[in-house]
Design a protein around this ligand. Structure first.
Ligand code: SF4
Length: 276
């Protein structure tokens, strides 16, 4: 028996989403990285999330991803009450280093070996200086959370909480400079406020506090912990106002560039120069 054409399974790939569909999706679900990039430079946001331009990763980004992957493995092992030895952590680091995913890394001549050593020294520093005992069990590790979009009349917020330990939301960062406590509280406010909203959604409780754990890439690496208060009413109102501005900007296709100091290291610099 010959099947009607309409019921024959097709191997043709699904058509690529249109720009309108992509923008519609971006308006319905907002993450900290998307909102932060939109506020930083709307044209860069357009290139990355609407046009889907993918560039090679920088060395700094690759170091950060590898360190993050090892700390995730360390936390997951503690959560299972099977803490990893330093040797096992090093194996995890080698695995994470080799995994570049879909984006190749933009290495300068002879740079990789040095950066790899830097990454591993950051992990060692964290294990030594974080004072988190290997046998202590975290409450949550890498938990994806999504808010109910109807709750505030805003898009759904999505995100992954790196670690919740002793009730506190902990987020990892790698940095080339020692952070200033007041400035990092401000520059990370979009992210920490979104995490606070996600935590409250997931637990039904107000977070006792948020900590930013910066691993600083110095000759002698160090860990700097910035402890932040729970999100205030004012911070929540600021976040919601920024979300409204983002949704509106997407509505009216407001993708203008924001030339500034950040352009020096922008991966879509050439595309930006061609923009008109
Ligand atoms: S070069 Fe500057 S203005 Fe242009 S897209 Fe990049 S960050 Fe935005």
């Amino acid at each position: 028996m010959i099947e009607p054409a309409s019921s024959v399974p097709s191997s043709a790939p699904a058509p690529a989403p249109t720009e309108k569909e992509i923008i519609g999706h971006l308006q319905r679900k907002v993450s900290a990285s998307r909102l932060t990039l939109f506020l930083q430079c709307r044209l860069k946001f357009f290139f990355r999330y609407v046009a889907g331009i993918v560039k090679a990763k920088t060395a700094a980004l690759h170091v950060g991803s590898a360190v993050h992957a090892v700390l995730k493995a360390w936390n997951k092992a503690r959560w299972k009450s099977q803490p990893l030895t330093l040797r096992e952590l090093h194996d995890e680091f080698s695995k994470a280093w080799a995994d570049v995913g879909d984006e190749p890394v933009r290495w300068e001549q002879g740079e990789e070996a040095e950066e790899k050593q830097t990454g591993w020294r950051l992990v060692e520093t964290y294990i030594r200086e974080s004072n988190i005992p290997a046998e202590s069990k975290p409450e949550a590790v890498e938990v994806p959370v999504e808010t109910d979009p109807h709750q505030h009349g805003l898009p759904a917020l999505i995100g992954v909480l790196d670690l919740v330990q002793a009730g506190k939301i902990i987020d990892y960062k790698t940095s080339g400079q020692t952070p200033n406590a007041e400035k990092v509280a401000h520059t990370n406010e979009v992210q920490t406020s979104i995490y606070a909203v996600l935590y409250r959604e997931a637990t039904g409780r107000r977070e006792p506090g948020i900590e930013l754990h910066h691993l600083v890439k110095l000759k002698n690496p160090k860990l700097v912990i910035t402890a932040l208060e729970p999100m205030s009413e004012t911070q929540q109102a600021r976040l919601f106002r920024l979300l409204e501005a983002c949704v509106h900007g997407l509505d009216v296709r407001d993708f203008v560039p924001s030339p500034g100091l950040q352009c020096v290291s922008c991966e879509v610099f050439n595309e930006c120069r061609a923009w008109s």
